[in-house]
Design a protein around this ligand. Structure first.
Ligand code: ZN
Length: 337
């Protein structure tokens, strides 16, 4: 089955599932980028429908469905909210409860260019590849932007962040390390360095703190009625505009994308390998039995001079040695005897 990589198409089910999974987060995104409640609902719906159109028209351009969804929502938010880098909200108005007020206020205090990376990566838990697509860059640059935005976020909460004064810092590596989880091989050096460098350890601590705080953000969900209406509409649209997963599998087989030809050949290879193994066994068995029955066989095929035969009879082992029966050596040995 094909997927977001776009070869040769994106299934209706794939896009429908992504819209279902991310609709609330895209709504929260729109609200935190300054959209009014009505405008935010509109942004979710329009970006979802645009995503379906794009996936149908040029699947290759939608290399990451979630990333594309957020990227489109960001564009539409800017239009709806007037393209202001500063939120028109204020006072932590989007905080779900008192615990969230400080978090929401700090997010509001950030420039949009710092707010977006931490929302996508930490609060919405998008994969690095999706964050990269949403930011219009590659995964390494995206995670570095996340690392920088986390430091800005901590400052916005009133914490004194680490001062980087001149010291070279692997911000992307520290940003990845700050998320915990499995250590990537390429970050091992950075982690070792951070264990002995106070400044880099400070940056790593800051990454961990900011990441932890931001993952605790309560997302402002779509109103239930709006979500039901939106999902019903996009499901219908997905089935109209996109092939089903089953149709894609069928098409891939026809186009030769599938493994089927190989899987048909596999039993043939297995049988051939078995026959070959049996033949090798038989030949090896015959050779071994001949070897043990007639000890002269390795030399038997060699041109044997009468002198060499004489030497053999004189008790030398040279005639049975596969290396020995050199005509010159055999002859000289015979002469000397
Ligand atoms: Zn350092």
């Amino acid at each position: 089955m094909s997927d977001a990589r776009g070869v040769p198409g994106i299934a209706a089910e794939t896009v429908s599932a992504a819209i279902r999974v991310y609709a609330d987060r895209v709504h929260d995104f729109a609200r935190r980028l300054g959209c009014t409640p009505d405008a935010a609902v509109q942004v979710v719906e329009s970006s979802a429908l645009d995503l379906l159109d794009a996936a149908g028209e040029d699947p290759g351009a939608v290399r990451d469905v979630a990333g594309w969804f957020f990227a489109r929502a960001w564009v539409l938010c800017r239009r709806a909210a007037g393209g202001d880098l500063y939120l028109p909200l204020g006072g932590g108005v989007l905080s779900a409860d008192d615990d969230q007020t400080r978090l929401a206020q700090a997010l509001e205090a950030l420039l949009e260019t710092d707010r977006v990376p931490v929302l996508l990566r930490d609060s919405y838990v998008l994969p690095a590849e999706s964050v990269a697509v949403a930011l219009g860059t590659d995964a390494d640059t995206a995670i570095e932007a996340v690392g920088r935005s986390r430091l800005a976020f901590l400052q916005a909460t009133g914490e004194q962040g680490p001062i980087l004064a001149g010291h070279p810092v692997d911000l992307a590596g520290l940003a990845r390390l700050g998320e915990g989880g499995q250590l990537a091989a390429r970050d091992a050096t950075t982690r070792r360095h951070a264990q002995s460098c106070a400044l880099c350890r400070d940056v790593l601590d800051a990454q961990e703190r900011a990441h932890r705080m931001l993952t605790g953000l309560t997302v402002v969900a779509l109103p239930d009625a709006e979500r039901d209406r939106l999902l019903a509409r996009t499901d219908v649209q997905a089935r109209t505009a996109l092939p089903s997963a089953a149709a894609l599998v069928h098409r891939q087989r026809e186009d030769g994308y599938d493994d089927e030809p190989r899987s048909l050949l596999t039993p043939v290879y297995v049988v051939l390998a078995l026959i070959l193994a049996v033949l090798i066994g038989v030949v090896a068995g015959v050779l071994l039995s001949r070897h043990s029955g007639r000890s002269t066989s390795p030399v038997g095929s060699q041109p044997v001079s009468p002198a060499a035969v004489t030497a053999g009879f004189q008790g030398s082992a040279s005639t049975v040695d596969p290396v020995a029966p050199h005509p010159v050596r055999g002859t000289s040995y015979a002469v000397s005897a």
